[in-house]
Design a protein around this ligand. Structure first.
Ligand code: PEP
Ligand code: MG
Length: 856
């Protein structure tokens, strides 16, 4: 209020403002649409008279306090028809649908019939009654079928009669009543729970405001060339320059995009165009669009009408665009000198990049197609079937890829969608909840697979050819072509196109924190390389022992009683492990590769079912009873806090000896035909300095032995994974024996909260829903608690050893907010899953740019 007074604005002017070039309108108070209309007015474009209602006014309307409606109407010509559009702060947050032709009543019908003809006037009135009945009076839509039924004056009478019957009152004739009801229903819709959850899923704060704009209608109906359409200079999907949109004679709103008989805008071999029908209007539109692009510094979509050849610009919104389109548009705006590289970097939402980064099913792979639906969000992913959002979260916390299969999704499923690699729904279309959210978060998604039969009660999914799939079976969702495949066919890795590379090169120029990838396999490493990761920040070696042919040897090693027997089994694993590392080093040639020594409890490698125990007894030539007893004896009450990580390194040191030897021999091998490799060896789950001293002494001894045996020298860097709270507190001591510290934020979060990574999914939704946690702390780093431990660890570590490299390698490394935390805290790099590398590069650059802007 003080601000308004200081700026000498009448408070009423701010709340209910005629949009003029100088009116006090801001996106933060009136929404993006109102602000954009003001910019169009400043460009002197032919925008009909428009009044903006501020967020405050709309909030009050939702709670029953109406503004002065006669005063609002007095700002327009008497008898004018109006439309009301939503104006949220960020147009991507959505809002209630536009309502056209407010003010239409029996008297206006008579007057309009003279002006535009009886049939056209009746059609307009009928459409208003229908839309008012459904969206404002909330009557049964089936009674007011907007597409079918009769039209003209007969249709109008039927619609009015249906309204009277259902609402038990006459259709309101007073423009004041109509406008007040339209405003009230739009304001209330915005404050409803489902609208709130939907916009929150799109990144809006819970209390985001809604403005409304009330605009005089330019009818698009009548004598001479009348009609409406939408126009943009680029293709939304590809981002390439191409006039796109449609025009429909005698139409209103966005009917041109749906209605029969719409024509192209630019000349087109496929059919008639506006360019041929009305070359002057087309040329005028094109020049307005170019002016808007230059001055509003964005690709805009124009909503326009023609009235007897006279052009009106009703609205301008930033064009809807796919992730690929967004990248190309931002790059070209910059190359055309309209925006700076920094602005281009800020224009692309990092999370949406995932859509460009997903694997595709290899076209050469065999496809066992078991269902077909609508291709709603591109990319393909394979995972185990889960039927509820809670199961999806539990699956994620176990580190298992899952596909969420639902009849249709609702806002309550959003968290489960985040936890899944893909989504499949039986119902729904391209704009269904699953499709919208899937595209928003870059999740492969097939919707409306109606010929597959889902039975949530008995947790089965019947395929189109009658096979019955149960929970846990692996399927692949191909969101690029809408197919559902059984199993996990071979995938093709994603690659970056030129615009993408250009944008990320601008991002890299601004970025001041390193980005590495967590990569365990050659295919992960290749993806990391394709996405220009600056090295591997975490290679979890234990996955390598689960491969066929290795597991049995591994089990023999685990069962060995004596160190010599253990060593003998490990000697058989050594060449396999060495081959793994040679491949990784070759793919990453010239870049650092950080290999984490063995981490999980050994009994994870032992069988639990009868058949597995029998197979193991066969392999070891022991009675099943002995094997069963030994396996039972090795079980732990709390394995995540038991004999794992460095504790194995201390008590069963032969495993780390073998791994260190494999790493060093691979180093020499891979350095033979390329740049020298400097491996990084990392010790997991450390909590004391003494653990590091003991393990380091053994690794140094292995390095010395390999140097002597091979007669060649090499260097390596030793690091400690800081993932227990004690290690954070002791980081100063620990750092004295390490070249680098890498914070494992998964375990650190688990141990800081005392919250099991594997079980948290069961109640996380409740915790977040009740606001106990603002967000799942395994997903977004808890800045307050875990963050404080990180800061303490970082400061003490740097004090213990000046210049020590400090990083994080938990899942948080790919989360934009967590990356921002690490950047601001002064970490050297973050390491995240390979597919999140481009997202992380962009997010880190955006944070750096925002800070620069704040400081300047
Ligand atoms: C961690 O704990 O953060 C980590 C990266 O290791 P893992 O997830 O393998 O326990
Ligand atoms: Mg860990």
């Amino acid at each position: 209020m003080a601000d308004a007074a200081a700026q000498n604005f009448d408070l009423e002017d701010i709340r209910t403002t005629l949009i003029t070039p100088t009116a006090p309108i801001q996106s933060a108070t009136h929404g993006g649409r109102a602000k954009c209309l003001q910019r169009l007015a400043r460009l002197d474009l032919p925008v009909p008279r428009t009044v903006a209602l501020s967020f405050d006014v709309v909030h009050e309307i939702a709670h029953g306090q109406m503004p002065d409606i006669p005063d609002l109407l007095s700002k327009f010509d008497p008898g004018a028809l109006l439309c009301v559009r939503p104006s949220s702060e960020d147009p991507d947050w959505g809002g209630p649908g536009t309502v056209l032709n407010v003010g239409m009543n029996d008297a206006a019908y008579v007057e309009l019939s003279d002006r535009i003809g009886r049939e056209a006037a009746a059609g307009l009135y009928q459409r208003f009654v229908q839309s008012y009945a459904i969206h404002v009076a909330r009557l049964d839509p089936d009674l007011f079928d907007e597409d079918g039924g009769t039209s003209g004056s007969e249709g109008l009478s039927a619609a009015l009669a249906a309204f009277e019957e259902e609402a038990e009152e006459h259709f309101p004739q007073s423009p004041e009543v109509q406008l007040a009801q339209v405003l009230r229903s739009m304001a209330r819709a915005w404050e409803g729970t489902s609208a709130r959850l939907l916009r929150q899923a799109r990144g809006a704060p819970a209390d985001a405001g809604l403005g409304l704009v009330v605009q005089e209608m330019a009818l698009g109906l009548g004598r001479g060339e009348c009609g409406s359409g939408v126009f943009q200079l680029v293709d939304s999907e590809t981002g390439l320059l191409q006039v796109t949109g449609r025009y429909l004679s005698q139409s209103q709103g966005r009917e041109a995009l749906e209605g029969q008989g719409a024509i192209f805008l630019a000349r087109d071999p496929r059919g008639p165009s506006l360019e041929e029908l009305d070359p002057a209007a087309f040329a005028e539109l094109k020049s307005h669009a170019a002016l808007m692009r230059r001055r509003l510094r964005a690709e805009m979509q124009i909503e326009f009408t023609l009235e007897n050849g006279k052009l009106s610009i009703l609205d301008g919104v930033v064009v809807q665009r796919s992730a690929r389109g967004a990248v190309r548009i931002a790059v070209r705006l910059c190359e055309d000198g309209i925006i700076t590289p920094q602005e281009a970097v800020l224009r692309v939402e990092p999370q949406t990049l995932t859509a460009l980064l997903h694997r595709q099913v290899d076209p050469k792979a065999a496809r066992d197609v078991v269902g077909q639906g609508i291709a709603a969000s591109p990319g393909a992913a394979s995972g185990r079937i889960v039927f509820t959002a809670a199961d999806a979260q539990a699956s994620q916390s176990r580190g298992e890829n899952c596909v969420l299969v639902r009849r249709e999704t609702s806002p309550e499923d959003v968290r489960g969608m985040h936890a899944s690699v893909a989504v499949l729904t039986e119902r729904g279309g391209i704009t269904s909840h699953a499709a919208v959210i899937g595209r928003g978060i870059g999740l492969p998604c097939v919707v409306g697979a109606a010929r597959m039969k889902l039975s949530p009660e008995d947790r089965t999914l019947r395929t189109e050819d009658g096979r019955v799939l149960t929970e846990g079976e692996i399927i692949t969702v191909d969101g690029t072509n809408g197919e559902v495949l059984l199993g996990a066919p071979k995938m093709l890795e994603a690659r970056l196109d030129d615009a993408f590379r250009t944008l990320l090169s601008w991002a890299d120029a601004e970025r001041d924190i390193g980005i590495r990838a967590n990569a365990d396999t050659p295919s992960d490493a290749q993806t990391a390389r394709n996405f220009e990761a600056e090295g591997i920040g975490l290679c979890r070696t234990e996955h390598m022992f689960f491969e066929p042919g290795r597991l049995t040897v591994m089990r023999e090693m685990i069962f060995a009683d004596r160190a010599d027997d253990r060593r003998e089994a490990l000697e058989r694993l050594l060449p396999m492990q060495r081959a793994d590392f040679i491949e990784l080093f070759r793919i990453m040639q010239g870049l650092p590769v950080c290999i984490r020594l063995f981490d999980p409890p050994l009994h994870e490698f032992l069988p639990t079912d009868r058949q597995g125990l029998r197979d193991l007894a066969d392999a070891l030539d022991l009675p099943v009873s002995v094997v069963t007893r030994r396996v039972r004896e090795m079980g732990e009450y709390n394995p995540m806090l038991g004999l794992r990580g460095v504790r194995l390194g201390i008590t069963v040191p032969e495993i780390y000896d073998m791994q260190a030897r494999a790493i060093f021999e691979a180093t020499l091998e891979a350095s033979r035909d390329g740049a020298p490799v400097v491996p990084e060896v990392m010790i997991p789950l450390v909590s004391t300095r003494r653990e590091v001293e003991i393990v380091r002494a053994r690794i140094d001894a292995v390095a010395a032995a390999v140097r002597t045996e091979r007669g060649r020298s090499f260097t390596y860097r030793l690091g400690v994974m800081v993932e227990t709270p004690r290690a954070c507190l002791q980081a100063g001591e620990i750092a004295q024996h390490a070249h680098f510290l890498s914070f494992g934020t998964n375990d650190l979060t688990q141990m800081t909260y005392g919250l099991s990574r594997d079980d948290a999914g069961r109640f996380m939704s409740d915790y977040v829903a009740q606001g106990v946690f603002p967000e799942d702390p395994f997903h977004r780093l808890d800045r307050d608690g875990v963050g404080e431990l990180l800061t303490i660890g970082l400061e003490r570590g740097r004090r213990g050893r000046a210049g020590i490299t400090v990083s994080i390698c938990g899942e948080h490394g790919g989360n934009p907010d967590s990356i921002a935390f690490c950047r601001e805290a002064g970490f050297d790099y973050v390491s995240c899953s390979p597919f999140r590398v481009p997202v992380a590069r962009l997010a880190a650059a955006q944070d750096a740019i925002r800070h620069k802007i704040e400081r300047s």
